[in-house]
Design a protein around this ligand. Sequence first.
Ligand SMILES: [Zn+2]
Length: 193
Amino acid sequence: MREAGAMTEFDHSAGSLCLDFVATVRDWPERRIELLGTPAELTGWFEAEGLPAAAGGLTEQDLLDARALRAAVNDTTRSLIAGAPPATEDIRLINTIGRHPTPVFLLGPGGRTRAAVAEPDAAAALSVIARDAINLLAGPDLGRIRACDSDGCATLFYDRSPSGRRRWCSMRRCGEKAAAANYRRRVATRSRP
Ligand SMILES: [Zn+2]
């Protein structure tokens, strides 16, 4: 289990790195929640995912680049699962970012620590996400990428369950809500005269 950053409520339940990244913005009908509002929040997300962030901190431009990648992965994924052709510029952006060298980690003495070989930049962390998207979208499991079934949620997830029948982006956020609504409906039906 990965630990979430102390100051954030990032969750890592989307089933893949790139979809966890997409889930850092939630577009609900009634409100839009942006979890990556500042470069510091992006640093926090990188840390929560075990990705190195530049020691000097991230810039506004890094944040814009990250959001552009996030939008491209989101739009491309939704097009593909809808059976529609993805936008050429989105594919190009994912590929351009994925081409950047990714960070190199080495095991430390004793085998329980790891260190990045050289000072990585933001592009290196984004490259890891872009490559995850390339592997996921071009892989054999497109049918397991779905949008949450909950009313008005539609957060994307990759279904790793053995049955392949996962319906919710996260049990905590939508599964329990749906189960409670189901229960109330059943009780209401039963108590009707
Ligand atoms: Zn959901």
